[in-house]
Structures are given as structure tokens and as C-alpha cells.
Design a protein around this ligand. Structure first.
Ligand SMILES: NC(=O)c1ccc[n+]([C@@H]2O[C@H](COP(=O)([O-])OP(=O)(O)OC[C@H]3O[C@@H](n4cnc5c(N)ncnc54)[C@H](OP(=O)(O)O)[C@@H]3O)[C@@H](O)[C@H]2O)c1
Length: 323
């Protein structure tokens, strides 16, 4: 099995390489691509030392079995179709293809069946959306989701390595802001992405559109406010939910939520610094308001659950279906 990782030196790409190893995916050939800046540096995969190469169109014509992309939407738009045209199944972390008709947008626990007989480009959803649908898909199956009002508290790592650097420099006294629209140290910023005509940001629109596509239900009303906080790793969400059918009791609701794969209920507090490095979504502070309305606190590692691990779980699903 031949695998390429594009954007291998980034926050997500590095974690993808680590998760491939942890999930015991053993390619006969693993090629790592990044921009010219990182070409020639080396990265470890098990006991192999792999030289990072500059991404080129030629490289994407090599016909890999699988390519995991996480180098931004522009890179994906240019290079992923070349790889796919040369027989490679692409799992793309960027937003480039997520809302394209015919491209599966996949959280394996929720709609993994979409990739079973599929070749081409597969899209990995937005990080905040992945952890929210993981906690809610069993509720949707059992009772139907009518409305979700969500406020996010998103770590700076969600904006990549340069964003982490900006927070760390500000922690050391810098006043410079280039990644974020305001100072992020000792602050919170209610803008992620750019604002659209509706007043919602691009990140908020991703949560609306991607939730509906993954859960295959365009009628779900999703109302997000996405906020950046000075946390390094781990996105948190305060989520208010209305269901179509009554869930009747706290016990019944909890029983249904606990059926969700890779989701764990915690009766104590859960904070982002505790979940960094984990592949589980943590649900806590579940409160019911009546028979069809509830609120909860939802936390996960954005780089793993929200990106790298989801991509590797898609790959594992593809490998399983092939057997
Ligand atoms: N961070 C998250 O929580 C998260 C979650 C979901 C999805 N994503 C998506 O994943 C992608 C990467 O995010 P990240 O956080 O890992 O960003 P990052 O830390 O900034 O890393 C970007 C990666 O892309 C490479 N790259 C940049 N321009 C390139 C070019 N022209 N040609 C080839 N490689 C290029 C970089 O290589 P160099 O080292 O050479 O610069 C680096 O490996 C983005 O599409 C992002 O939206 C991120």
C-alpha cells in the first residue's frame, strides 16, 4: 500500500503521520509532501526516517493508493483532482470539496458507508462540526434534531502553526497581530473566518451546511456563534438542542447519547487541556429543559478528532471495506 501525506509538516499533517502509526497503518511506501520551505527536512514514521519533498503535479501523478491532504483549500483544489485522476483515493481535510455535490463528507461513525464503494475525493469535515455531530448523531437517529444553537470556544491550533506562534509570541509580550483580527492573548474573538453578507462567518456557515450534509437532513436549524479563545489545543462547545420527537427523560436521552461511538460521558468537569491528545469526544454538564430540549458541554481535541484521526478513521474504513 502506497500512501502520500500532503501538508505533512503542518499541525494536522504531523498528527496524521503520528495517528497512522498509532492506528497500525503500515504502508509499503509513505511519501511526505509540503511546500518548498520544508522540502529536505525529515520526519519519523516508526523507525523510518522520511525526507519531506516539495509538492509537485508530477508527484501527484504517481498513482498512490491513498493521499491524505491537509495543506489548505488552494493546494487541495489544484493537486487533489490530479491525484484522483491518477487513481488515488484522496481524503481531503480542507474546505475545498466539502459542499460539492457527489463528494462524500464523512465522519465514519455517522456516515462511513458512503465510502465503501467509492473512489475519488472524500472530504473530511470542519473540526467543530465533527465533534458536534459525533455527540448528536444517535439523538438525530432516535428523536430527530430540530434545532441546534451552539457557541464554540475554539483553540488557536485550529488556525494552524502560525496561529499557535502568534499566541505564544503575545504570551511573551508581543503586541503584533497578523493571524487573528484582534489580540488573542488574554482575550476572546467572536470571529473565525470572514464575515459573509448574512452576518455569519465562514466558520459558522461550515457548521450549518456541513451538519446538514453529514446528517443528511437539510431541515435541521443550526445557529452557531464561533469564537476563538487563547487555548492551544481542544475545541469546546456549549450546545442547546431541540428534538422533533420527545426524548422523555434525562435517563433515556443519556442512554441514546452514550450509544454514540467514540463519545464519552463525564459526570465531572471536562476542559480542553485535559482532552488534548485524545481521540474521544467528551460530553458533560447535560441538562434537560423539558421533554424535547437539552443543553450540554462538548469538548474534543480539534487536531485529532476534528482532523487527523477522522481522516485516518476514513482510511481504516476504506481498508476494511477492501478486505
Ligand atoms: N488545525 C485544525 O484544527 C484543522 C482542522 C480541520 C481541518 N484543517 C485543515 O487542514 C489544513 C491544514 O491545517 P494545519 O492546521 O495543519 O495548517 P498548518 O499548520 O499551517 O500547516 C500547513 C501545511 O501545508 C503545507 N503547505 C502550505 N502551502 C503549501 C503549498 N503551496 N504546497 C505544499 N504544501 C503547502 C505546509 O508546508 P510548509 O511546512 O512547507 O509550510 C504545512 O505542511 C487546512 O486546510 C485546514 O483548514 C485544520
Amino acid at each position: 500500500m502506497r500512501i502520500a501525506v500532503v501538508g505533512a509538516t503542518g499541525e494536522v499533517g504531523r498528527t496524521m503521520v503520528k495517528v497512522l502509526e498509532e492506528y497500525k497503518v503500515v504502508p509499503s511506501e509513505l511519501r511526505l509532501y509540503a511546500s518548498r520551505r520544508s522540502a529536505g527536512t525529515t520526519m519519523k514514521f516508526g523507525d523510518r526516517e522520511i525526507i519531506v519533498e516539495e509538492l509537485t503535479e508530477e508527484a501527484m501523478k504517481k498513482g498512490f493508493d491513498y493521499a491524505l491532504f491537509s495543506a489548505g483549500a488552494d493546494v487541495s483544489r489544484r493537486f487533489a483532482p490530479i491525484a484522483a485522476d491518477h487513481g488515488t483515493i484522496v481524503i481531503d481535510n480542507s474546505s475545498a470539496f466539502r459542499m460539492v455535490d457527489g463528494i462524500p463528507l464523512v465522519v465514519p461513525e455517522v456516515n462511513g458507508h458512503l465510502v465503501d464503494d467509492y473512489r475519488g475525493i472524500i472530504a473530511n469535515p470542519n473540526c467543530s462540526t465533527i465533534q458536534m455531530v459525533l455527540s448528536l448523531y444517535t439523538v438525530h437517529r432516535e428523536f430527530g434534531l430540530r434545532k441546534i444553537v451552539v457557541s464554540t470556544y475554539q483553540a488557536v491550533s485550529g488556525a494552524g502553526r502560525k496561529a499557535i506562534n502568534e499566541l505564544q509570541k503575545q504570551m511573551a509580550g508581543s503586541e503584533e497581530t497578523s493571524v487573528f483580527p484582534r489580540k488573542i492573548f488574554l482575550n476572546v474573538i467572536p470571529q473565525i473566518g470572514s464575515f459573509e453578507e448574512s452576518g455569519f462567518s465562514t466558520e459558522e456557515l461550515k457548521m450549518i451546511n456541513e451538519t446538514r450534509k453529514i446528517l443528511d437532513d437539510p431541515a435541521i436549524d443550526v445557529i452557531p456563534t464561533t469564537v476563538r479563545v487563547p487555548v492551544l489545543y481542544g475545541h469546546s462547545e456549549a450546545v442547546y438542542v431541540e428534538t422533533r420527537k420527545p426524548f422523555s427523560s434525562y435517563e433515556k436521552l443519556r442512554e441514546v447519547m452514550e450509544k454514540a461511538e467514540h463519545v464519552k460521558f463525564v459526570d465531572d468537569l471536562v476542559t480542553p487541556s485535559e482532552v488534548a491528545g485524545s481521540d474521544i469526544v467528551y460530553v458533560s454538564r447535560l441538562r434537560i429543559l423539558d421533554e424535547s430540549r437539552f443543553v450540554f458541554w462538548n469538548v474534543a481535541d480539534n487536531i485529532r478528532v476534528g482532523a487527523a484521526t477522522n481522516a485516518v478513521r476514513i482510511l481504516k474504513r476504506l481498508l476494511g471495506a477492501k478486505r
